[in-house]
Write a protein of this length. Structure first.
Length: 378
């Protein structure tokens, strides 16, 4: 499919090896091993991969003592691998789907967001604008490229029963259809190491389908459900909105900071520490937007929706104050989404994959719980 692939040694699989690979996959070959090797693939020191992942994603930079074939530029490659894994989790793709995506990106670009390729191929997956994958700008957005790959994978009937290389080829239609298999061990090692760096070990299920649940605002005061604002375009501030004068200084700081993230794209597992920057993992998910907004006001929150709903004090939905945390989707005990009340019947939140940080009307939310953090109002 790509000129990048032509430069890579291709290992052809016999029918026997293909059958063996399929049998291993069916048996759950994702279990961690010190030296993982898939038939037709390359032996990988999973401990070395884990050490390099922990070093880079922990902020220390690449460990010069670690050498892993296929990760010659780990500072560039591992963050892209994390984006692929996090996007897969956000789209509810299982581990196997994430491994398929990683193996594909390693083969196609060596996990580099390339500005060139065979003909008009670009990005991590060497997707071609001329073949309908998106605009050049979209394809070079790692989250968009990963999302498009996963959507293509989900359209392949029976991909879960295919070998990793068969599933990758069904999406990519490469001129080197057997090339992906050599990267399966490395992809598995990366996936297993990366999920440990994500919230709740990659187990948190983001509230992403299909958006806020209609519910009439959960008992707000009359006029405080935001109905008078009409349609609010994505990423914009409703004309005439001002942070309420009765907001505490810390709540005002948190709201103001959150509003400066408007329009930035959602990224599950993103830290929300650089939402406007080039690294997708610096973008916000719902709970990191809350965490970082509160942090700017000097108030500490835990990282996930599931833990934030246990913080502070429960208050009724008809007694909202600016800065309160509103929870929706799932159940009151285990909600899947969180936003911040900003007064005037409005809530700011990072909704779901492919959507930007936005302001919505409280009346469009089915409020399951409200938590007030006393430190924000002190």
């Amino acid at each position: 499919m790509k000129a990048v692939a032509a430069a890579i040694g291709v290992l052809c699989l016999s029918p026997l090896l293909l059958a063996t690979t399929a049998a291993m996959a069916a048996a759950g070959s994702g279990a961690s091993r010190n030296n993982a090797c898939t038939p037709g693939g390359k032996s990988v020191d999973t401990a070395a991969v884990a050490k390099q992942v922990a070093s880079i994603l922990g902020g220390q930079g690449s460990d010069s003592t670690v050498r892993v074939e296929g990760l010659e530029l780990p500072d560039e490659q591992i963050p892209h691998a994390k984006t692929i894994v996090a996007t897969g989790i956000a789209m509810k793709l299982p581990e196997r789907g994430q491994v398929v995506a990683l193996a594909t990106a390693i083969q196609e670009s060596r996990l580099r967001n390339l500005t060139y390729g065979d003909r008009d191929s670009l990005g991590l997956f060497q997707q071609r604008p001329s073949m309908g994958w998106g605009t050049p700008e979209q394809i070079r957005d790692p989250v968009y490229a990963s999302t498009r790959f996963y959507k293509g994978l989900m359209e392949v009937k029976g991909w879960q029963q295919m070998t990793i290389t068969q599933a990758a080829q069904a999406v990519q239609r490469s001129g080197y259809p057997d090339a992906y298999t050599q990267w399966e061990p490395l992809s598995r090692a990366l996936q297993q190491a990366i999920v440990k760096t994500l919230p709740n070990g990659g187990q948190e299920q983001p509230g992403q389908e299909p958006g806020p649940t209609p519910g009439g605002g959960g008992g707000c005061k009359p006029g405080e459900d935001g109905a008078d604002w009409g349609t609010i375009p994505e990423g914009s501030v409703p004309a005439g909105y001002k942070i309420p004068a009765d907001a505490s200084p810390k709540a005002r700081t948190a709201i103001d900071w959150a509003m400066h993230q408007l329009g930035t794209l959602y990224q599950w597992g993103g830290t929300c520490t650089a939402a406007h920057g080039p690294d997708p993992m610096g973008r916000c998910d719902c709970s990191s937007l809350m965490q970082q907004a509160y942090a700017k006001a000097g108030v500490q929150l835990t990282r996930t929706t599931y833990t934030q709903v246990k913080e502070g004090d429960a208050v009724p939905a008809n007694a909202l104050k600016p800065g309160d945390l509103l929870f929706t989707r799932g159940t009151a005990a285990v909600p899947e989404h969180v936003g911040m009340y900003i007064g005037s019947g409005l809530v700011i939140n990072a909704p779901r994959t492919t959507k930007p940080v936005r302001i919505e009307k409280v009346g469009d939310w089915q409020i399951l719980a409200v938590r007030r953090i006393p430190a924000l109002h002190s």
